[in-house]
Design a protein around this ligand. Structure first.
Ligand code: TXA
Ligand code: MG
Length: 340
């Protein structure tokens, strides 16, 4: 692939980004969840460039980002009143709704599905970019396929430098985990990917189903992206849950330490002292799920930069934001989970 210069743009340079997008190029931009790699959703060739830059499998559909609810109308049909209620409640925000698509949405965006995923992001830079372009942006997370999603412009740069013309730098993203993906073409609605808007928040408004066992969702993916290995650092990752996690991690790290391999552990500040000899990646103050989500993907990338060969991660409770965090951790661990 041709190597191109990757510009880092400031929010003042949104017009430059908008111009590139108008020319059918791709641009990485910040959202309130993670950085996205955007292109004009109505231009199949522009959208194809996203797949190429990321090395993304063609059968994994993209989310269409709009500046407001009214812009979505042209791309979706049969909006159930309950979906409408969710838009009113959570947009702009980290909730993606899967709805029936109209013919305006090119097949490459939806990987040939007759549904399309749509959301209105809650980030001033993303919203201004969408307003200036005037067209919706198809955008997956701006990482190389399989890598942790980017929450800082430098993460995007590390993955896509030389492959995309520009990155709009809006600083660190807020949530740190991607949007919640909800299938509104079935009843009750089905949670396809837990994210910033929690299952509890959704259920307070509408009935929502969610496959409890992570394996189950994987076998019959309604959301094609769910079947791919994701969020993986170079290290071999083990997710460890339960009361005896610390003892188990220490015991399991022994053989690696003997081979002089660097062993890392992701744990809360208050528990760091339990792991002498291990490289600690701090999850923040115990129980602060918001802070953990914010730092999660950065920590996974840090593990690589530190040269960690084996990484043990302490599991968290699956309430509220914990459900999205554990979903990402299970994938990072490629489902290597140790229950104590
Ligand atoms: O927070 C986010 O959602 C970020 C920011 C950039 O908006 N985007 C993001 O996109 O995470 P991506 O492509 O990494 O993940 C989109 C997920 C994938 O699992 C994909 O399979 C699913 O949404 N998806 C997209 N269109 C779908 C559809 N029509 N039906 C079912 N799942 C769909
Ligand atoms: Mg992604």
């Amino acid at each position: 692939m041709e190597v191109i210069k990757t510009l880092i743009l400031t929010p003042e340079e949104i017009p430059v980004a908008a111009e590139l997008l108008a020319q059918g190029r791709v641009v990485a931009f910040p959202t309130e969840t993670v950085y996205g790699l955007g292109a004009n959703a109505l231009e199949p060739q522009a959208v194809e460039a996203i797949f190429k830059a990321k090395g993304r499998p063609q059968d994994n559909p993209l989310i269409v980002h709009a500046s407001e609810e009214s812009q979505v109308e042209a791309f979706v049909k049969d909006i159930p009143p309950e979906a409408r209620r969710l838009m009113k409640q959570f947009w702009p925000g980290p909730l993606t709704l899967v709805l029936s698509k109209t013919d305006l949405v090119p097949a490459v965006v939806t990987a040939g599905l007759d549904t399309v995923a749509v959301r209105v992001p809650n980030h001033p830079v993303a919203l201004e970019l969408l307003r200036q372009t005037g067209f919706p942006l198809a955008a997956p997370s701006a990482n190389v396929s399989g890598r942790p999603s980017p929450t800082r412009a430098e993460h995007v740069y590390a993955d896509l430098e030389g492959k995309i013309p520009a990155i709009l730098d809006g600083g660190e993203t807020g949530w740190g985990v991607e949007s919640t993906v909800l299938d509104c073409t079935v009843w009750p609605f089905r949670l396809l990917r837990p994210g910033g808007v929690t299952l509890e928040e959704l259920r307070a408004l509408v009935p929502v189903e969610y496959g409890k066992s992570p394996g189950e969702a994987e076998k019959t993916p309604r959301s094609p992206g769910m079947k791919y290995q994701h969020y993986a650092p170079m290290a071999t990752v083990y997710l460890v849950t339960g009361k005896r996690a610390a003892a188990k991690i220490l015991e399991s790290s022994e053989p690696y330490m003997q081979k002089k391999e660097k062993v890392g552990v992701m744990t809360w500040n208050e528990r760091a002292h339990l792991y002498p000899g291990l490289t600690v990646l701090s999850m923040g103050s115990e129980g602060d799920l918001q802070a953990l989500a914010h730092n999660l993907f950065h920590l996974l990338r840090e593990a690589d930069l530190l040269g960690i060969k084996v990484l043990f991660i302490e599991g968290v409770s699956e309430d509220h934001l914990g459900l999205a965090i554990m979903n990402r951790l299970r994938k990072a661990a490629n489902h290597r989970e140790i229950k104590t």
